[in-house]
Design a protein around this ligand. Structure first.
Ligand code: RP5
Length: 300
C-alpha cells in the first residue's frame, strides 16, 4: 500500500465505535447515596428483553433541585421538554440516535441501569459533556522521544486529572453549558481543571488564550457518544464529544506547568498504555488516541 493511500485511510477512519453495553452504571450503590441499584444481569440490559421482576428504586438527589443547570421535575406544568431536539439552547439530542420516551420519561439508549429518576444528573435524557485529550511524546533529557523497551514504540503521554468526587484519574472534561460549542467546552474545562485558570486575572486569562489559541483550534474528534458513567440512570445519562490536541514537538502545551483546579484534586502527565484504568469510558477514549498517534508516528 503506498503512503498516500495509508494517509487517506487514516483520514477517513471512523470515530471510536459507539458503546453497545454499560457496566459502570450497573450494580452496587448509586454515587453520593446509599441507594442500591436493582441487579441487571448482562442479558437483561436491553429494554427489548423482558425482565418482569425489574423494580428499580426511583432516585433524584435533593441537591440538584432548583439548580440553574438542572431541569424541573417531569410533570411540572411549566416543564415542556422537546425530547430528541435542540430545545431552545438545551441540546436534548443524543449522539446515539433517537431515544424512546415512555410515559414522558426518556429511556437510557443502552438499557437498564438498576435505578430510575435522574440521580445526581441535571438533565433528563442526555447530559452533554466534552473531553480534551491533550497529548505529547515522552522525551529523554536529550530531547529525543523515549521508546518503550517492551513494545519498542514511542511513549505517548496525556494530561489526566484526579476527580474530587471519586478519586479516580480521568480526562479533564466537563459539562457543556447551554448554547456552548462542544470544542469550547473541551478547552475551557482543560484550562479550569488542569491549569486552574479560575484563579487567573482577566489579563492573565486573555494572555493564556492568545498564546494557545492556535494549538487549541486544531483538535481532532476521536469520540462522540454515550459514556458509561457511574451516575447514569434509566432516564438520564452522560454523553461526550472527545477531542485530541496533540503537541508533537512538546514545546507548546507539552511544556506547561499543570495545576489542578475547579473540582479536580490532582493534575499530571500520564503515560498512555492500553491497560490504563480511568473514570467512566475514558480508558477507551485514550486507547483510541494512542492507536491513532502511534499510527501517525510510524508513517513519518
Ligand atoms: C464524564 O463526566 C464525561 O466524559 C466528562 O469527563 C465528565 C463530565 O462530568 P463532570 O466532570 O463535570 O462531573 O461522563
Amino acid at each position: 500500500m503506498n503512503i498516500i493511500l495509508v494517509g487517506l485511510l487514516l483520514m477517513i477512519r471512523p470515530a471510536l465505535s459507539m458503546m453497545i453495553t454499560h457496566f459502570k452504571c450497573r450494580g452496587g450503590v448509586y454515587p453520593r447515596s446509599s441507594i442500591e441499584r436493582f441487579p441487571v444481569p448482562d442479558d437483561k440490559v436491553s429494554w427489548a428483553v423482558d425482565y418482569k421482576e425489574y423494580k428499580p428504586r426511583n432516585h433524584t438527589a435533593q441537591s440538584i433541585h432548583g439548580k440553574p443547570w438542572a431541569d424541573p421535575e417531569i410533570g411540572d406544568p411549566e416543564f415542556k421538554p422537546n425530547w430528541n431536539h435542540l430545545d431552545k439552547n438545551v441540546d436534548r439530542q443524543s449522539y446515539t440516535g433517537q431515544y424512546k420516551v415512555v410515559d414522558n420519561y426518556p429511556l437510557n439508549p443502552i438499557g437498564r441501569t438498576g435505578i430510575s429518576g435522574r440521580g445526581v444528573l441535571g438533565r433528563w435524557g442526555p447530559n452533554h459533556a466534552a473531553d480534551p485529550v491533550v497529548t505529547r511524546w515522552k522525551r529523554l533529557q536529550s530531547g529525543e522521544v523515549e521508546i518503550d523497551k517492551n513494545s519498542n514504540k514511542p511513549i505517548l503521554q496525556f494530561v489526566a486529572i484526579k476527580r474530587g468526587d471519586t478519586g479516580e484519574w480521568a480526562l479533564p472534561g466537563g459539562m457543556v453549558d447551554p448554547g456552548e460549542k462542544v470544542t469550547t467546552t473541551a478547552v475551557r474545562e482543560f484550562r479550569e481543571e488542569a491549569i486552574n485558570s479560575l484563579v487567573m486575572s482577566q489579563g492573565e486569562l486573555k494572555a493564556w488564550e492568545a498564546k494557545f489559541e492556535s494549538f487549541f483550534s486544531d483538535g481532532e474528534e476521536v469520540y462522540k457518544g454515550y459514556v458509561d458513567d457511574p451516575r447514569n440512570t434509566d432516564n438520564a445519562w452522560m454523553e461526550t464529544a472527545a477531542y485530541n490536541f496533540h503537541d508533537d514537538g512538546g514545546h507548546v502545551v507539552g511544556a506547561l506547568n499543570l495545576h489542578a483546579g475547579d473540582d479536580a484534586v490532582g493534575a499530571t502527565w500520564v503515560d498512555a498504555t492500553p491497560d490504563l484504568k480511568l473514570y467512566a469510558s475514558h480508558s477507551s477514549i485514550v486507547k483510541e488516541v494512542l492507536e491513532r498517534r502511534l499510527n501517525a508516528f510510524s508513517q513519518v
